[in-house]
Write a protein that binds this ligand. Structure first.
Ligand SMILES: Nc1ncnc2c1ncn2[C@@H]1O[C@H](COP(=O)(O)OP(=O)(O)O)[C@@H](O)[C@H]1O
Ligand SMILES: [Mg+2]
Length: 228
């Protein structure tokens, strides 16, 4: 299936998720519905503990909902087993977290190369280098993560996430630990990637101003997703 602009690339129908069971059962998401239009950016805000990371993990197929349906690029994630969801993730989804996205003993280019290797079964160093140069990180290819600034680390992490040419980028508070100028630069990199690569992007942020830069804003409150 070739995705078309304006169509939802991700769709959630009545998705509920709780952790634990019995008396310690903790409801996080209740009958959540949402759509992420193909090729658009969507922001997600909500207080700490409201379930933002849980929602991203469900979309990424890292776990299954208790009830409801999750479609990613026409694949019904909640019907796939662990291997099936892992292959959708490997082929179509990039995921970036607030920190510790990179393998600490590999250089920037080796981190990207590893991501390419997982997808293709090869380790194409040249492509990894090209991608970093493309993303303005040509001067940092041989640096280890600890030798990179916070902003550079996150840019390399985004390069790693984009290595497989995913259709969907999930970004969970990726600029949460950066100063506002660096944060704006890193977000700009994501917005540019969205435009140039036709990516569908869902990003979580605490920053209302960053949230408003998205094509659409969502808010998670009282276990539901509403327009932000
Ligand atoms: N693996 C888990 N086991 C039990 N509870 C969890 C787990 N992950 C998250 N939670 C709880 O679920 C709620 C939502 O967490 P999370 O999705 O991380 O929220 P957010 O990202 O919005 O801060 C929180 O109360 C959190 O403590
Ligand atoms: Mg979170």
């Amino acid at each position: 299936m070739t995705p078309t602009s304006g169509q939802p690339f991700v769709r959630l129908e009545a998705v509920s998720k709780s952790y634990g069971g019995g008396s310690s059962k903790h409801d996080v998401l209740d009958q959540v519905a949402l759509e992420l239009p193909y090729g658009e950016t969507t922001s997600l805000v909500g207080r700490s503990g409201s379930g933002k990371s849980t929602l991203l993990s469900l979309i990424a197929g890292l776990m299954r909902p208790d009830t409801g349906h999750i479609y990613v690029g026409g694949q019904q994630m909640d019907q796939l087993d662990d291997d099936g969801r892992a292959s959708v993730r490997a082929e179509r989804i990039g995921f970036v977290l607030q920190s510790e996205n990179l393998i600490p003993f590999l250089t920037a280019v080796e981190n990207v190369e590893l991501a390419l290797g997982f997808a293709s079964g090869r380790r194409p160093m040249a492509r990894a280098r090209e991608l970093l140069v493309d993303l303005g990180l040509g001067h940092r290819v041989n640096h280890l993560p600890r030798q990179l600034s916070g902003g550079e680390s996150q840019r390399v992490a985004i390069a790693v996430a984009l290595a497989n040419e995913p259709d969907l980028l999930l970004a969970d508070e990726v600029v949460g630990q950066l100063d506002s100028t660096t944060a704006a630069d890193v977000m700009e990199m994501i917005f540019t990637a969205c435009r140039e690569r036709n990516l569908t992007v869902l990003y979580v942020t605490h920053d209302e101003q960053l949230a408003r830069q998205a094509d659409r804003s969502l808010r998670l409150a009282d276990h539901k997703v509403v327009r932000g």
